[in-house]
Design a protein around this ligand. Sequence first.
Ligand SMILES: [Mg+2]
Length: 219
Amino acid sequence: MTRSIDMVVFDIDGTLIVHPTGKVVWQHLCHRFGTPIEVNHARLKQHVSGELSYADWVRLDIEDWQRAGARRSQVVDALREFRLREGARAALSELERRGYRLAAVSGTLDILVETVFPDHPFERIFSNRIFFDDDGAISGWEATPFDFDGKATALRELASDGTVSLERMAFVGDDINDVDAAKAVGFSVAHHPRSEELAACCDLIIREGSLEQLLEYLP
Ligand SMILES: [Mg+2]
Protein backbone atom coordinates (compact mmCIF):
# COMPACT_ATOMS: atom_id res chain seq x y z
CA MET A 1 0.00 0.00 0.00
CA THR A 2 1.38 3.42 -0.90
CA ARG A 3 1.57 5.71 2.04
CA SER A 4 -0.50 8.85 1.72
CA ILE A 5 0.08 10.28 5.20
CA ASP A 6 3.34 11.67 6.65
CA MET A 7 2.26 13.19 9.96
CA VAL A 8 -0.35 12.14 12.51
CA VAL A 9 -1.68 14.84 14.84
CA PHE A 10 -3.60 13.97 17.99
CA ASP A 11 -6.01 15.70 20.30
CA ILE A 12 -5.07 14.90 23.92
CA ASP A 13 -7.98 15.26 26.38
CA GLY A 14 -10.43 12.41 25.77
CA THR A 15 -8.40 11.00 22.88
CA LEU A 16 -5.03 10.01 24.38
CA ILE A 17 -5.52 10.89 28.05
CA VAL A 18 -8.73 10.06 29.89
CA HIS A 19 -10.20 10.32 33.38
CA PRO A 20 -12.11 7.29 34.79
CA THR A 21 -15.25 9.45 35.01
CA GLY A 22 -14.86 10.95 31.54
CA LYS A 23 -14.00 14.44 32.81
CA VAL A 24 -11.52 16.63 30.95
CA VAL A 25 -8.67 18.32 32.79
CA TRP A 26 -10.54 21.64 33.21
CA GLN A 27 -13.61 20.05 34.78
CA HIS A 28 -11.43 17.92 37.02
CA LEU A 29 -9.28 20.76 38.39
CA CYS A 30 -12.32 23.02 38.81
CA HIS A 31 -13.97 20.25 40.81
CA ARG A 32 -10.79 19.69 42.86
CA PHE A 33 -10.45 23.38 43.72
CA GLY A 34 -14.12 24.05 44.42
CA THR A 35 -15.68 25.63 41.33
CA PRO A 36 -19.32 24.48 41.25
CA ILE A 37 -20.19 22.37 38.20
CA GLU A 38 -23.03 24.80 37.33
CA VAL A 39 -20.42 27.53 36.95
CA ASN A 40 -18.43 25.31 34.52
CA HIS A 41 -21.55 24.64 32.49
CA ALA A 42 -22.43 28.34 32.40
CA ARG A 43 -18.92 29.27 31.17
CA LEU A 44 -19.04 26.65 28.44
CA LYS A 45 -22.44 27.95 27.35
CA GLN A 46 -21.19 31.55 27.34
CA HIS A 47 -18.17 30.56 25.29
CA VAL A 48 -20.25 28.69 22.73
CA SER A 49 -22.65 31.64 22.41
CA GLY A 50 -19.75 34.06 21.91
CA GLU A 51 -20.15 35.99 25.19
CA LEU A 52 -16.94 34.63 26.74
CA SER A 53 -13.66 34.45 24.84
CA TYR A 54 -11.55 31.32 25.11
CA ALA A 55 -8.73 33.25 26.83
CA ASP A 56 -11.17 34.70 29.40
CA TRP A 57 -12.62 31.25 30.00
CA VAL A 58 -9.13 29.90 30.76
CA ARG A 59 -8.48 32.91 33.01
CA LEU A 60 -11.71 32.49 35.03
CA ASP A 61 -11.01 28.79 35.64
CA ILE A 62 -7.37 29.25 36.64
CA GLU A 63 -8.15 32.30 38.81
CA ASP A 64 -10.57 30.07 40.75
CA TRP A 65 -7.77 27.57 41.44
CA GLN A 66 -5.42 30.40 42.36
CA ARG A 67 -7.97 31.83 44.84
CA ALA A 68 -8.38 28.36 46.34
CA GLY A 69 -4.62 28.40 47.04
CA ALA A 70 -3.79 25.60 44.59
CA ARG A 71 -0.20 24.36 44.78
CA ARG A 72 1.70 22.62 42.00
CA SER A 73 1.94 19.42 44.05
CA GLN A 74 -1.84 19.38 44.58
CA VAL A 75 -2.44 19.94 40.88
CA VAL A 76 -0.07 17.11 39.97
CA ASP A 77 -1.69 14.79 42.56
CA ALA A 78 -5.12 15.53 41.12
CA LEU A 79 -3.87 14.90 37.58
CA ARG A 80 -2.49 11.47 38.55
CA GLU A 81 -6.07 10.23 38.32
CA PHE A 82 -5.82 10.55 34.53
CA ARG A 83 -4.54 7.65 32.41
CA LEU A 84 -3.29 7.08 28.91
CA ARG A 85 -6.06 5.51 26.88
CA GLU A 86 -5.88 1.78 26.18
CA GLY A 87 -3.45 1.13 23.35
CA ALA A 88 -2.26 4.74 23.13
CA ARG A 89 1.36 4.08 24.06
CA ALA A 90 1.59 1.02 21.78
CA ALA A 91 -0.11 2.80 18.86
CA LEU A 92 2.12 5.87 19.12
CA SER A 93 5.37 3.93 19.36
CA GLU A 94 4.39 1.77 16.38
CA LEU A 95 3.49 4.87 14.33
CA GLU A 96 6.86 6.33 15.29
CA ARG A 97 8.59 3.08 14.29
CA ARG A 98 6.80 3.21 10.92
CA GLY A 99 8.27 6.65 10.33
CA TYR A 100 5.28 8.91 10.88
CA ARG A 101 5.91 12.35 12.34
CA LEU A 102 3.77 12.90 15.44
CA ALA A 103 2.35 16.06 16.99
CA ALA A 104 -0.48 17.10 19.32
CA VAL A 105 -2.93 20.00 19.22
CA SER A 106 -5.04 20.22 22.32
CA GLY A 107 -7.08 22.37 24.65
CA THR A 108 -5.46 20.53 27.54
CA LEU A 109 -2.89 21.91 30.01
CA ASP A 110 0.83 21.24 29.54
CA ILE A 111 1.11 19.95 33.11
CA LEU A 112 -1.31 17.09 32.34
CA VAL A 113 0.99 15.78 29.60
CA GLU A 114 4.07 16.27 31.84
CA THR A 115 2.36 14.27 34.59
CA VAL A 116 0.74 11.44 32.65
CA PHE A 117 2.89 11.12 29.53
CA PRO A 118 6.33 12.66 30.20
CA ASP A 119 7.99 10.39 27.61
CA HIS A 120 5.57 11.30 24.78
CA PRO A 121 6.90 11.06 21.21
CA PHE A 122 5.52 14.37 19.86
CA GLU A 123 7.80 16.72 18.00
CA ARG A 124 5.48 19.56 18.96
CA ILE A 125 2.57 20.04 21.36
CA PHE A 126 0.20 22.99 21.10
CA SER A 127 -1.68 23.38 24.41
CA ASN A 128 -2.56 25.76 27.22
CA ARG A 129 0.24 26.44 29.68
CA ILE A 130 0.29 27.06 33.41
CA PHE A 131 3.19 28.44 35.43
CA PHE A 132 4.10 28.10 39.10
CA ASP A 133 6.45 30.12 41.30
CA ASP A 134 9.19 28.66 43.52
CA ASP A 135 6.70 28.06 46.33
CA GLY A 136 4.45 26.08 43.99
CA ALA A 137 1.74 28.77 43.74
CA ILE A 138 0.19 29.52 40.34
CA SER A 139 2.09 32.48 38.92
CA GLY A 140 0.62 32.71 35.44
CA TRP A 141 -0.77 31.00 32.36
CA GLU A 142 -0.95 31.23 28.62
CA ALA A 143 -4.22 30.41 26.86
CA THR A 144 -3.66 28.55 23.61
CA PRO A 145 -4.92 30.24 20.45
CA PHE A 146 -5.09 26.73 18.97
CA ASP A 147 -8.29 25.21 20.38
CA PHE A 148 -11.65 24.91 18.55
CA ASP A 149 -11.32 26.79 15.21
CA GLY A 150 -7.68 27.44 16.11
CA LYS A 151 -6.83 23.74 15.89
CA ALA A 152 -6.80 24.00 12.10
CA THR A 153 -4.54 27.05 12.40
CA ALA A 154 -2.04 24.95 14.38
CA LEU A 155 -2.14 22.31 11.63
CA ARG A 156 -1.40 25.00 9.05
CA GLU A 157 1.48 26.17 11.23
CA LEU A 158 2.87 22.62 11.32
CA ALA A 159 2.67 22.60 7.52
CA SER A 160 4.14 26.09 7.10
CA ASP A 161 7.76 24.96 6.75
CA GLY A 162 6.77 22.99 3.66
CA THR A 163 7.92 19.59 4.97
CA VAL A 164 4.37 18.23 5.21
CA SER A 165 1.06 19.24 3.61
CA LEU A 166 -2.39 19.27 5.20
CA GLU A 167 -3.39 16.69 2.59
CA ARG A 168 -0.72 14.32 3.94
CA MET A 169 -1.68 14.88 7.58
CA ALA A 170 -4.02 12.74 9.66
CA PHE A 171 -5.90 14.07 12.68
CA VAL A 172 -7.34 12.00 15.52
CA GLY A 173 -9.84 13.59 17.93
CA ASP A 174 -12.93 12.91 20.02
CA ASP A 175 -15.03 16.02 20.47
CA ILE A 176 -16.73 19.07 18.98
CA ASN A 177 -13.57 21.21 19.32
CA ASP A 178 -11.87 18.86 16.81
CA VAL A 179 -14.29 19.49 13.94
CA ASP A 180 -12.25 22.19 12.20
CA ALA A 181 -9.02 20.23 12.47
CA ALA A 182 -10.73 17.11 11.13
CA LYS A 183 -12.06 19.04 8.14
CA ALA A 184 -8.62 20.49 7.35
CA VAL A 185 -6.61 17.28 6.90
CA GLY A 186 -6.31 14.48 4.34
CA PHE A 187 -7.40 11.74 6.75
CA SER A 188 -9.54 12.36 9.83
CA VAL A 189 -10.41 9.96 12.62
CA ALA A 190 -13.08 10.25 15.31
CA HIS A 191 -11.88 8.09 18.19
CA HIS A 192 -14.55 7.18 20.78
CA PRO A 193 -16.38 10.32 19.62
CA ARG A 194 -18.42 12.30 22.17
CA SER A 195 -19.64 14.50 19.34
CA GLU A 196 -21.80 13.24 16.48
CA GLU A 197 -20.91 16.41 14.61
CA LEU A 198 -17.28 15.29 14.66
CA ALA A 199 -18.14 11.71 13.69
CA ALA A 200 -20.16 13.00 10.73
CA CYS A 201 -17.19 14.82 9.20
CA CYS A 202 -14.48 12.15 9.75
CA ASP A 203 -13.14 9.58 7.27
CA LEU A 204 -12.93 6.89 9.97
CA ILE A 205 -14.89 6.37 13.18
CA ILE A 206 -13.57 4.09 15.91
CA ARG A 207 -16.37 3.77 18.45
CA GLU A 208 -14.85 1.25 20.81
CA GLY A 209 -11.70 -0.65 21.66
CA SER A 210 -8.04 0.18 21.48
CA LEU A 211 -6.37 3.07 19.70
CA GLU A 212 -4.19 0.42 18.03
CA GLN A 213 -6.98 -0.09 15.47
CA LEU A 214 -5.62 3.05 13.89
CA LEU A 215 -2.54 1.13 12.77
CA GLU A 216 -4.62 -0.77 10.21
CA TYR A 217 -5.22 2.47 8.32
CA LEU A 218 -1.72 3.90 8.65
CA PRO A 219 0.59 1.28 7.13
MG1 LIG B 1 -10.66 15.96 23.24
